[in-house]
Design a protein around this ligand. Structure first.
Ligand SMILES: Cc1ncc(C[n+]2csc(CCOP(=O)(O)OP(=O)(O)O)c2C)c(N)n1
Length: 794
């Protein structure tokens, strides 16, 4: 092994060229062939797939870079992960795995012989087969590249706290036009060469997107170079398609980049580095789109243009000219030199592979569960909030989560990170700063606090970066949490969906090891962004996760700090889920002792006997249910008011922490049985449900339950503005007074005092309107409400 990449020799080039030709052949074969895989007979229409799918254009470039990185690995023993921004170039990556033998390990039926090769071709983008993208099923992938924009983000997430890892991230020039990708160059401002690995971005300017040129490929070269120099990179440019020249130039560029990386790391690890961010290398690679494919088709230029994006030769089954052109194209790779009579890749091709465990399709870094260590957490009960009298003292519950994560940082210095868009303190999670600074490689000055190169708290004002960094941190086996404002969790909602899909697919692949769950805390919620206004008010992510696959989607709405601790402990220890925790940061009543909280969270939903009437066990007149901290407070306050004003009422209060328990067991693994459901909600009483999110979610959840129509739901109905906290619930008709009126309108029996209570609520709502305009704050009986203080003053 050598610390540097030596000059490319002619004999090595023969192997690389053979490997690259074999890979390109496999790509074309996957797109087109369903028989005659090695062209042992003349190509005929019946050998061609009926539906021609896939993306040729990006594939030869991806394979070219891959082949050269494999050479780097062979010489240096470097651990490398390959992230393919243009993930639609899937055939090149599954082709690489096939040539490296790891594909057969993962899918034993796809053998490295004639039969296996045919199966390999037939399964591509076919029913029951594999996707056309670098997906979960692709050995070596932690990144699908289906939804473009996250290549660099995932690359950085993979190398934080992985000092031995080098992640090569190929960025498409179309992809480079996306917002997330544009924001992700800043990753180096958070990357510490002493304790993190390195990312080598390869910006692949192949010139075209689906149907048009790309911005960066048409900009003057100096502008492109200056753009990336401005981002802090050492820009190494390689261009051309001349062979073998381009191989030598790329090998030299890769060697130069690698030398820079290892020198940056050596200095940092020896304590010899200058303070500040090093200038990391990146490669700008200009090769033609569809390189080595059909140059001109039907008189039109294809190679080097957007026309090469997908399937350059169409209608091959019926168009004899295209069939001939395809045969010529396939034969141009000289398959007879690349595969032996049995269809096995020949020694020359295999000579370009690194040893399997080091190969980019075989590296355990891409199957991070194999490397994962459990998170070392303290007993969360030690952080319990004492609750001697319910809901008398208010507390910012998320502070307790901050304390739990502070301990996680202390016990797992290289295995846990918090990712947050500049809101760690704002979300009351600041206790983590007692254990770690914010990560920061740029200049630090006297005005800064808790900021520095040794920090591991990740704060960047980009939900995309935070989310994607955590995804890759998880997929390489490590643990963490993404904490964000509830409304702005929608910025990265698509990533939440995509990651969920990844986990869902991975669960079906026995060779993919379990990975830590993706944990998301949404705080600064809709109900308590009264001061910020409508833009900050939106519980959308909850709805997004609700729609996710039941295998991986979990939603928790802890009503207080002890419940939050119990829920967080569970989420941090879980695997393969997207865990969404919804809890506000403002001071809130504390309802349950730690023992009660643990029991409540374990059940997921339970009757809060103390909040209803003692007689409720027999047959309540009505059930009040709630999920979410603010809605819990409104419900308990409403119940207290009802009990005070209607002495004969039989009222039950149910609180739900684990939202998915409401589903039927056949719809979600957390779904409670019908017996349990009816024990909580009865089988025929109306249920007034106060819900944190959009009301339709509860109807969706209880669909199929006995007499589901009896659920009357209050929740966020997109009524927001800059106002007082209580006015938010009033505007959305979910205030305690609205809930009381709902109870009165839906009880099975009319209890003594009902009419007066209805009028009382109407008066209170009218008073509220006047009061907030006059005093700019909520009525004292609402603002200072405490459980058990009675309603005499109202
Ligand atoms: C976010 C997103 N928007 C749109 C698409 C549709 N799409 C697929 S490939 C592609 C062009 C990609 O161009 P580039 O990144 O340059 O890749 P390459 O040219 O190497 O194929 C587009 C727009 C997508 N996959 N993801």
């Amino acid at each position: 092994m050598s610390a540097t990449l030596p000059e490319l020799t002619e004999s090595e080039l023969a192997g690389i060229d053979a490997w690259w030709r074999a890979n390109n052949y496999l790509t074309v074969g996957q797109i087109y062939l369903m028989a005659n895989p090695l062209l042992r007979e003349p190509l005929a229409p019946e050998h061609i797939k009926p539906r021609l799918l896939g993306h040729w254009g990006t594939s030869p470039g991806l394979a070219f870079v891959y082949a050269h990185v494999s050479r780097l690995i062979r010489h240096t023993g470097q651990d490398c992960l390959y992230i393919t921004g243009p993930g639609h170039g899937g055939p090149a990556l599954v082709g690489a795995s096939y040539l490296e033998g790891t594909y057969t390990d993962a899918f034993p039926k796809i053998t490295q012989d004639n039969e296996g090769l045919l199966r390999f071709f037939r399964q591509f983008s076919a029913p029951g087969g594999i996707p056309s993208h670098v997906s979960v099923t692709t050995p070596g992938s932690i990144h699908e590249g289906g939804e473009l924009g996250y290549a660099l983000i995932h690359a950085f997430g993979s190398v934080f706290d992985n000092p031995d890892l080098l992640t090569i991230a190929v960025v498409g020039d179309g992809e480079a036009e996306t917002g997330p990708l544009e924001g992700s160059w800043k990753g180096i401002s958070f990357l510490n060469p002493a304790h993190d690995g390195a990312v080598l971005p390869v910006l692949h300017l192949n010139g075209g997107k689906i149907a048009a040129p790309t911005v960066l490929s048409r900009k003057p070269r100096e502008e492109v170079r200056e753009l990336f120099e401005g981002h802090g990179y050492e820009v190494i440019e390689v261009e051309g398609h001349d062979q073998p020249g381009i191989h030598y130039r790329f090998a030299e560029a890769l060697g130069r980049a690698y030398a820079s990386i290892t020198e940056i790391q050596r200095k940092a690890r020896a304590g010899e580095a200058e303070p500040g961010r090093p200038r990391w290398p990146m490669i700008v690679l200009r090769t033609p789109k569809g390189w080595t494919g059909p140059h001109i088709v039907d008189g039109q230029l294809v190679e080097g243009t957007w026309r090469a994006h997908q399937v350059p030769l169409s209608g091959v089954k019926t168009n004899a000219e295209h069939l001939a052109q395809l045969e010529q194209w396939l034969r141009s790779y000289r398959p007879e030199e690349l595969f032996d009579d049995d269809g096995h890749p020949v020694e020359l091709v295999r000579s370009a592979n690194p040893e399997k465990a080091k190969s980019m399709s075989g590296t355990p870094y891409a199957n991070g569960g194999l490397l994962s260590k459990p998170l070392d957490l303290p007993d969360f009960r030690d952080l319990a909030v004492p609750v001697e009298q319910r809901a008398t003292e208010k507390l910012e519950s998320t502070r307790k989560l901050g304390e739990l994560m502070r301990e996680a940082y202390r016990r797992n210095p290289d295995n846990f990170r918090l990712f947050c868009p500049d809101e760690t303190n704002s979300n009351r999670l600041g206790a983590v700063f007692e254990a770690s600074d914010r990560a920061w490689m740029e200049e630090v000055n006297d005005t800064d606090s808790k900021l520095g190169p040794d920090g591991r708290v990740m704060e960047v004002l980009s939900e995309h970066n935070c989310h994607g960094w955590l995804e890759a941190y998880n997929l390489t086996g490590r643990h963490g949490l993404f904490a964000t404002y509830e409304a702005f969790a929608m910025v990265s909602a698509s990533q939440t969906i995509q990651h969920g899909k990844w986990l869902q697919e991975a669960a079906h692949l026995p060779w993919r090891a379990d990975v830590p769950s993706l944990n998301i805390l949404v705080s600064s919620t809709a109900w308590r962004n009264d001061h910020n206004g409508f833009s900050h008010q939106g519980p959308g992510l909850l709805q997004v996760v609700l729609n996710g696959g039941p295998e991986h989607s979990r939603i928790y709405l802890p009503p207080d700090a002890n419940c939050l601790l119990s829920v967080a402990d569970h989420c941090f220890r879980s695997k393969n889920y997207v865990n969404l925790i919804v809890q506000d940061k403002q001071p809130q009543p504390q309802w349950l002792t730690m023992d009660e909280a643990v029991e409540h969270c374990t059940r997921g939903a339970s009757i809060w006997e103390w909040a209803g009437t003692a007689e409720d066990a027999a047959e309540p007149d009505i059930v009040m249910a709630c999920a979410g901290d603010i809605m819990t407070m409104e419900t308990v306050a409403a119940a207290e008011l009802i009990k005070a004003k209607l002495p004969d009422i039989r009222l039950r209060v149910v609180n739900v922490v684990d939202l998915m328990t409401l589903k039927r067991p056949k719809d979600h693994p957390h779904g409670m049985s019908e017996l349990d459901f009816n024990e909580l909600f009865t089988d025929n009483r109306d249920v007034i449900f106060a819900f944190h999110g959009y009301p339709g979610a509860i109807h969706q959840l209880v669909h199929g339950r006995p007499d589901a129509d009896r659920f009357r739901v209050r929740g966020f109905i997109e009524q927001g503005t800059t106002t007082t906290p209580f006015d938010m619930v009033v505007r959305n008709r979910a205030s305690r007074y609205h809930l009381v009126m709902d109870v009165l309108n839906n009880m099975k029996v009319t209890r003594r005092g009902s009419g007066e209570l209805m009028r009382f609520c109407q008066r209170q709502l009218a008073r509220h309107e006047e009061h907030i305009v006059e005093h700019l704050e909520d009525m004292p009986e609402v603002r200072d409400w405490k459980l058990g203080e009675g309603f005499e003053k109202q």
